[in-house]
Design a protein around this ligand. Structure first.
Ligand code: IPE
Length: 252
């Protein structure tokens, strides 16, 4: 049976976070060839924003919603992350993958910063017809705040559940969830609170590693485990070999 996998590329692994929308094309080429080399997998690819979206979201204070002064931030933030999406799709297509950009702004709705609706029927159809959907963290309209930022990690959790995928992987610029400098091979809700990560400062508008683990723990409680590993280990994750990272698991 063909497996369906959700793979998220953190924004910091495909952009240089110090520049303004500085896309790492060489990294994207390597990732695309890693994915292209694996046959017989249905992949839903989701990427973050990195320097193509986070600076705009911050500048327009979209984390606080719309205030009558920052409406242009919707366009600016969306346009920035769409530029990155085009680059990801191009890199995959150059490797012969039938990739297609799918933008959450047009298919999802949030309430107070949380995704409440997200169409997935077309994602299933794309997979069925051999198309790889490539989604991204995005600005979306929000019932309470007017607009808000939905992270790629929120989308990972939503799609993994809605499409009932068999595996979830998040490629990051660190080897896994770190505690005292070493990778935690497994983390569940109890270990999360014991490790101190739960109380750490957020590093970007959507919460950095803390936000990521929180999303994935909620998913794990619904029975879907996920994996956080270094971007150089994407092949190992797809091949079901040891990726050397962290498994986010439900509490036993
Ligand atoms: C953020 O998505 C989306 C925008 C700011 C538009 P993510 O939160 O998934 O991005 P990264 O992975 O942290 O860069």
């Amino acid at each position: 049976m063909t497996e369906t996998v959700v793979l998220k590329l953190g924004g910091s692994v495909i952009t240089d976070k110090s520049g303004a929308c500085a896309i790492d094309h060489a990294r994207l080429e390597r990732i695309a060839s890693d994915i292209a080399a694996r046959e017989g997998l249905f992949v839903i690819l989701i990427h973050g924003a990195g320097s193509c979206g986070h600076p705009e979201a911050r500048r327009f204070r979209l984390d606080r919603g719309l205030d009558g002064e920052n409406t242009a931030g919707i366009y600016r933030t969306h346009a920035a992350v769409c530029r990155l999406n085009d680059a990801v799709v191009d890199a995959l297509r150059n490797e012969g993958i039938e990739a297609l950009g799918v933008h959450p702004l047009g298919m999802a709705l949030a309430d107070d910063g949380r995704l409440v609706r997200c169409e997935t029927a077309h994602i299933r159809l794309m997979l069925k017809h051999g198309v790889m959907p490539v989604l991204h963290g995005d600005v979306v309209m929000d019932l309470t705040r007017g607009a808000s930022i939905v992270s790629g990690d929120q989308l990972v959790a939503h799609l993994a559940e809605a499409v009932q995928v068999s595996r979830v992987g998040l490629a990051t610029d660190v080897p896994g969830v770190l505690c005292g400098g070493t990778v935690m091979p497994r983390i569940d809700r109890n270990a999360f609170f014991a490790s101190g990560i739960a109380g750490s400062q957020a590093t970007d508008v959507t919460g950095g590693m803390k936000g990521k683990v929180a999303e994935l723990l909620a998913l794990a409680e619904k029975g879907i485990e996920s994996n956080i590993f270094h971007v150089s280990r994407i092949g190992a994750f797809l091949d079901l070999t040891d990726h050397g990272g962290t498994v986010v698991a439900g509490s036993r």
